[in-house]
Design a protein around this ligand. Structure first.
Ligand SMILES: [Ca+2]
Ligand SMILES: [Ca+2]
Length: 403
């Protein structure tokens, strides 16, 4: 590999028990011998088929960023990386060089937000369009998530800038709190734009159709409302909404069948993986398998069967952030698996899907808060470590142990 200057092989994790909970460990698990059979893979359902052997991998520290939040690969293998305080970086792993992208709008940097997600338009090769999400200040200290798109322009001297930036979506209403923006962005195979709009730590907005908080919205690429949304008859921002009753969604991914999966941070307990379906209500804050932080009970999902229950529920929580469904070649036995980063669990969680079901298949102890997950062009898995303090904020590359 071409990262020799930064190649610090940290260890190998293999087959940690799914049941190990959210415990953190200061160092990765010891390396098993490479030909050892996969062991210790827990199942969470009954009658599951035995797992295929899993992969051993190495973790390499590639580069550091300042409170990185999200990343996306350009077709040429370079990476756009967002930093929460409002900087967009363009990093080239081949040369270990970083440029700062000019033209990012001023963001409001608060506890859980600032500059957020970055994704490419599906036809980026043709139009160079990049989508970013960020926290936008309003009047009187209010704030809310916004999504903008712009063209990524580069010059001969290695400079890069966002040009023709336009804000195409906003959270309604703006709120005073500094948490639960969500603001994950994803495109589906039909070119529709999906945004997770979290409930701003305000609970009831997730059930209020006069706002778009606590919802997943579906838009055209220019932010306009497409035909076919389930609440179009209600007009206003309700016309944007695809599903409601969500808390804090920091990861969405489409599977090979085109189905949308989203994980969601529960309150005290009750993190969720949901299969997102048109017009469905996922229950928050009416029901949750967790409870409020002050221990006020929230009825569990099984008390209200008309509200959509999660496919997976985690207590203790994993604090999910970042989400891919892997389809690369480097880890062939992981094709079709979901990979979810864990903040408080300091882990990478592998999820296997079956028909309409899913279950946690493995949990890799990374010993760090994992904020973001991406698949590289060659099939390696890349992670961003949360954090600003000395020694944190690493871009990490995972590849098979034998590579
Ligand atoms: Ca990403
Ligand atoms: Ca509960």
């Amino acid at each position: 590999m071409n990262l020799a200057r930064h190649s610090l092989v940290l260890g190998i994790a293999l087959g940690l028990l799914a049941a190990c909970g959210g415990e953190s460990h200061p160092t990765p698990a010891p390396a098993p011998s490479t030909d050892a059979p996969a062991t210790g893979i827990a199942t969470t359902g009954e009658g599951q088929a035995a797992d295929a052997p899993t992969h051993a991998f190495t973790t390499t520290e590639v580069a550091r960023f300042d409170a990185p939040w999200a990343m996306t690969f350009l077709p040429d293998g370079r990476l756009l990386v967002t930093e929460m305080a409002g900087t967009l970086k363009l990093y080239d792993p081949a040369t270990d060089t970083t440029a700062t992208v000019a033209g990012v709008p001023e963001v409001m940097h608060v506890a859980q937000g600032g500059l957020g997600d970055v994704v490419l338009h599906p036809d980026f090769d043709g139009n160079r369009l990049v989508y970013i999400s960020f926290v936008e200040a309003g009047d009187g200290g209010l704030m809310g998530a916004a999504v903008a798109r712009a063209r990524l322009v580069e010059d001969q001297a290695g400079g890069a800038a966002l040009e023709d930036l336009e804000v195409i979506w906003r959270q309604v209403p703006k709120k005073s709190g500094d948490g639960h923006f969500g603001y994950r962005i994803a495109f589906d195979d039909d070119g529709m734009l999906w945004i997770s709009s979290s409930e701003r730590k305000a609970f009831d907005p997730a059930q209020d159709m006069t706002g778009n908080l606590g919802k997943i919205v579906r838009l055209n690429e220019d932010g306009s409302v497409p035909d076919g949304n389930p609440f179009a008859d209600q007009g206003g921002v309700a016309a944007q909404v695809w599903s409601l009753g969500h808390r804090n969604i920091l990861g969405m991914a489409f599977d090979a069948k085109g189905r949308l999966w989203a994980h969601e941070m529960g309150p005290k307990g009750g993190d969720e993986l949901n299969l997102i379906e048109k017009g469905e209500n996922y229950g928050y804050p009416v029901v949750s398998n967790g409870n409020h932080y002050d221990d006020t009970p929230i009825p569990d999902h099984d008390t209200r069967p008309e509200l959509r229950a999660p496919i997976i529920t985690w207590t203790p929580v994993i604090s999910p952030a970042g989400f891919i469904i892997y389809d690369g070649d480097l880890f062939p036995r992981w094709r079709g698996s979901g990979f979810i980063g864990g903040l408080s669990s300091m882990s990478l969680v592998r999820v296997q899907f079956q028909d309409a079901g899913a279950r946690e298949a493995e949990r890799f102890d990374m010993g760090r808060r994992i904020r973001e997950v991406e698949q590289g062009p060659d099939g390696a898995i890349w992670l961003l470590e949360d954090g600003t303090r000395e020694g944190k904020g690493w871009l990490l590359r995972l590849e098979p142990e034998s590579a």
